[in-house]
Write a protein that binds this ligand. Structure first.
Ligand SMILES: [Zn+2]
Length: 480
């Protein structure tokens, strides 16, 4: 039997605020354990939470950026459960009245070779829990509550995703939107953007959903893709063997390359949600929404489309160049100084990104600035250096941060394009290779490459290729 997978993702993104959601404690990452806590986020008796307005505004931003409808009236709810990293015995989240609903994120589906909209069920605000530390030397476990009360946006997708590749495309698109919109830094290594995947399969053509398993807490695109692929196969094998899928929570084990069961959901939690009595409901009026909308920068999708239209770039180039705001800005800065977009795109996607990846640097840390790259491209355009030499110059620029013109001068890399000099050299090459000349004139036109190669060798690759070709052609075609 043929199966299809039905996948929905829940993303937790940390909202980019200075302080926690219900108290004034700092959200700074990496502080010593329990140094950023107060009676509110420690859950001591008798304290009252005060909502951080910035979190609401970032939630509205996230909602607008993903085409959601912002609720004019929403409220927090208590999600009750016991866990050592949750001192209050409940998490303040949202339940029946979330902040935003019914949006979408657009991706390109490789499997369908088409654009695809992944629906968003909702985005709601909630507080993060602390962190249990099970450290080797200590007897028992420790708990760090610096994270307790850090603001999160939970972004829940519709089960519109069909495979691991689409899941990754969705996560990348969503992450780019959140970063562009200034909602979250979405730093995956710090756990500021993590994902749970609900995976089920069903026979192709069936409209009934299969039993799903939930893979928890993944913070790498690669893990998400592998875990989903593994999970689909695992479920197929069970069904093929006549078995039954158990609803459960599973974890991805990267070392073993498999998911394993964490707990069964058959004895599902009853979180006994009820409206949070210590916080007033949230009212968002049209003016607030309009203000946030007006402040939003151009988002990745719009930027990608503009790059295709304004710069006549292929869709592929546009999607790579707009993957981050910084890279898009860099590209546009180069084009401003050197307005040949496709040439710039080739260099940015090729040599520039390759160097960054090799050095593990961000665009902001790049040793070659936009103006410097533009100046290098201008040297090729002027005929001062060849495209081949330019690659060498670029590497030197990366190493030293020097300007292209200076490197060309210092290393004597200027292209030989003086007609007289080149003509003399061409004559010499023709005179010293009579056999090849005869063969060429007899019809072996492919030998042109040989002659060009000779001249390039003599000039250390610095001869102007266009002029060399033209000169050699002229001289070889002359009957003697
Ligand atoms: Zn606090």
């Amino acid at each position: 039997m043929k199966y299809e997978a039905v996948i929905g993702l829940e993303v937790h993104a940390q909202a980019l605020t200075q302080t926690k959601i219900f108290c004034g404690c700092s959200t700074r990452f990496g502080a010593p354990p329990n140094s950023q806590v107060c009676p509110v986020c420690l859950g001591l008796p008798g304290v009252l939470p005060v909502l951080n307005r910035d979190v609401v505004e970032l939630g509205i931003r996230a909602g607008i950026a993903t085409h959601c409808k912002i609720a004019s009236y929403s409220r927090f709810a208590r999600k009750n459960y016991f866990y050592p990293d949750l001192p209050k015995g409940y998490q303040v989240s949202m339940f029946e009245l979330p902040l935003t609903e019914h949006g979408y994120v657009e991706i390109f589906s490789e499997a369908e070779q088409a654009d695809k909209k992944i629906g968003l069920t909702r985005i709601h605000m909630e507080e993060d829990a602390g962190k249990n530390i099970h450290d080797g030397d200590e007897e028992g476990s420790l708990v760090d509550l610096n994270r307790a009360g850090v603001p999160l946006l939970e972004i829940v997708s519709e089960p519109d995703i069909s495979n691991g590749e689409e899941a990754v495309a969705y996560l990348k698109a969503l992450r780019a939107i959140l970063i562009y919109a200034g909602v979250s830094d979405a730093d995956m290594e710090k756990g500021n953007f993590r994902c749970d995947a609900n995976v089920s399969i069903r026979p192709v053509g069936s409209s009934k959903l299969g039993t799903r398993s939930e893979i928890k807490n993944m913070n790498s695109f690669r893990f998400v893709q592998k875990a989903i692929a593994y999970e689909i196969l695992r479920q197929e094998e069970i069904l093929e063997a006549g078995g039954r899928i158990v609803q459960e929570t599973r974890l991805w084990d990267e070392k073993k390359g498999m998911t394993f069961s964490m707990r069964s959901k058959e004895q599902a939690h009853d979180y006994r949600y009820f409206p949070e009595p210590d916080l007033v409901p949230i009212q968002v009026d049209e003016a607030w929404i309009a203000k946030v909308k007006a402040e939003l920068p151009e988002l990745p999708d719009a930027k990608r489309k503009r790059f295709i239209e304004t710069y006549a770039l292929p869709a592929y180039d546009a999607s790579i160049l707009t993957a981050s705001q910084a890279l898009a800005d860099f590209f546009e800065a180069v084009v401003t100084a050197y307005p040949k977009a496709k040439i710039v795109s080739n260099w940015v996607m090729g040599d520039f990104l390759r160097e960054l990846n090799q050095e593990n640097k961000t665009v902001e840390e790049a040793p070659v600035k936009a103006k410097q790259l533009a100046a290098l491209l201008q040297l090729i355009e002027d005929g001062t250096i060849s495209g081949k030499i330019a690659k060498v110059v670029f590497e030197e620029m990366v190493e030293t941060g020097k300007d292209a013109a200076l490197i060309v001068r210092e290393k004597g890399l200027t292209q030989v394009s003086d007609e007289g000099t080149l003509a003399e050299m061409a004559d010499a090459v023709i005179a010293t290779n009579p056999k090849e000349v005869e063969a060429y004139r007899g019809g072996k036109k492919k030998l042109m490459g040989f002659f060009v190669g000779q001249m390039m060798r003599q000039t250390g690759g610095k001869a102007h290729p266009g002029k060399v070709n033209a000169l050699l052609k002229e001289k070889l075609e002359q009957s003697n």
